[in-house]
Design a protein around this ligand. Structure first.
Ligand SMILES: [Zn+2]
Length: 343
């Protein structure tokens, strides 16, 4: 294995050594087809002419931002996913293995020329066709309790929101799978098993999921209790609306309460109530005018969390993520992927 790999013109991938070794072996990878070359000249010459398209089925297409997600089966595209996993090994050595690729499907996010020119300070003018694979997640088809096995964003594309987009997509897929099955295995006395990521998560993975879970639960609380003015919302309903596991939602409640400086010890599976007295008289969307708003347990009169904390989480996350627009999901291809997954 070479000491380092340059990912096209975008910079190195994997862990970058602080000191350069005198005889450092540098390889060059085509960000379009993921073939690796052992000298930059031949790699660059290849990339100028490379017209490879991603294999698999496109399931998400955002034309405005030039972002696509393809579902690529490990069984039918062994050569491509082997290249993908070899590169991912450099980013995430503990998690990625090349074994049993046929059991996995890969959701691969790529960006086109417009995105690259806007965000990556690169000129793609001399390329035949410019596209770069930037991130992906894998799912083990033999383990229905998980909706994501490993998630990798290649180093040059980190901090652009792709991890968030892919986690959101993994939950959309598991919700679709649940809907497409009439009977789903019951677990822990709760009607539906909501799949989640494989544990343990890396520290970066944990941070990503904490951000995503806070966002998804906060957004659901605001849209249900405030925008739709429903009087109550329980943990089970939030699970149902977000696809996030029941016990994860309970943990998020405790975390939101702690962030609001309130006692989280009482948080359990009971309903969260919108406090009618506090919300009375507020116009739709007028939360900003009342800095002390809290969502309360009406019966016990214990504070749950500040609406402002929830709004703050949403505002912060909206600034640093690529929100998934469900209108960009290609429904007919997704349905095909669902039936394929049930083989
Ligand atoms: Zn290529």
């Amino acid at each position: 294995m070479s000491d380092s790999v340059m990912y096209g013109d975008f910079g190195p991938i994997g862990e970058v050594a602080v000191e350069h070794k005198p005889n450092e072996q540098k390889a060059w990878c085509c960000p379009q087809c993921l073939r690796v070359f052992h000298n930059e000249g031949s790699g660059d010459a290849h990339h100028v002419l490379c017209q490879d398209q991603l294999p698999g089925i496109v399931v998400y297409r955002d034309v405005c931002r030039s972002i696509n997600i393809h579902m690529i089966s490990g069984k039918s595209n062994e050569e491509f996913v082997s290249r993908l996993c070899s590169l991912a090994l450099r980013e995430m050595p503990s998690k990625m293995e090349n074994a049993h690729l046929e059991n996995y499907e890969f959701y691969v996010c790529s960006v086109g020329k417009d995105f690259l020119e806007r965000n990556c300070h690169t000129s793609a003018d001399n390329r035949e066709s410019s596209m770069a694979v930037c991130a992906f997640f894998s799912r083990d088809r033999t383990r229905e309790e998980h909706n994501l096995s490993a998630i990798v964003t290649f180093r040059p594309f980190r901090s652009l929101g792709f991890g968030f987009l892919l986690v959101d997509f993994s939950y959309l897929l598991s919700m679709e799978r649940i809907r497409s099955r009439s009977v789903f295995r019951a677990l822990r006395d709760i009607d539906v098993l909501y799949p989640g990521p494989e544990f343990p998560l890396s520290s970066a993975g944990q941070r990503l999921y904490d951000r995503y879970w806070d966002y998804a639960v906060s957004k659901t609380m605001i849209s249900t209790l405030i925008d739709q003015r429903k009087p109550t919302l329980c943990v089970k309903e939030i699970s149902c609306l977000t696809g996030i596991d029941y016990f994860v939602v309970l943990d998020i409640f405790r975390r939101l309460a702690a962030r609001s400086g309130m006692d989280a010890s009482w948080v359990d599976e009971r309903n969260v109530y919108r406090d009618e007295e506090i919300f009375q008289g507020h116009s739709h969307g007028g939360v900003d005018d009342s800095p002390n708003d809290v969502l309360l347990m009406k019966k016990s009169r214990k504070a749950f969390c500040s609406v402002n904390v929830v709004m703050e989480i949403l505002l912060q996350l909206n600034l640093e993520t690529i929100p998934m627009d469900r209108a960009n999901v290609i429904r007919e291809n997704l349905e095909y992927v669902m039936s394929y997954s049930d083989d």
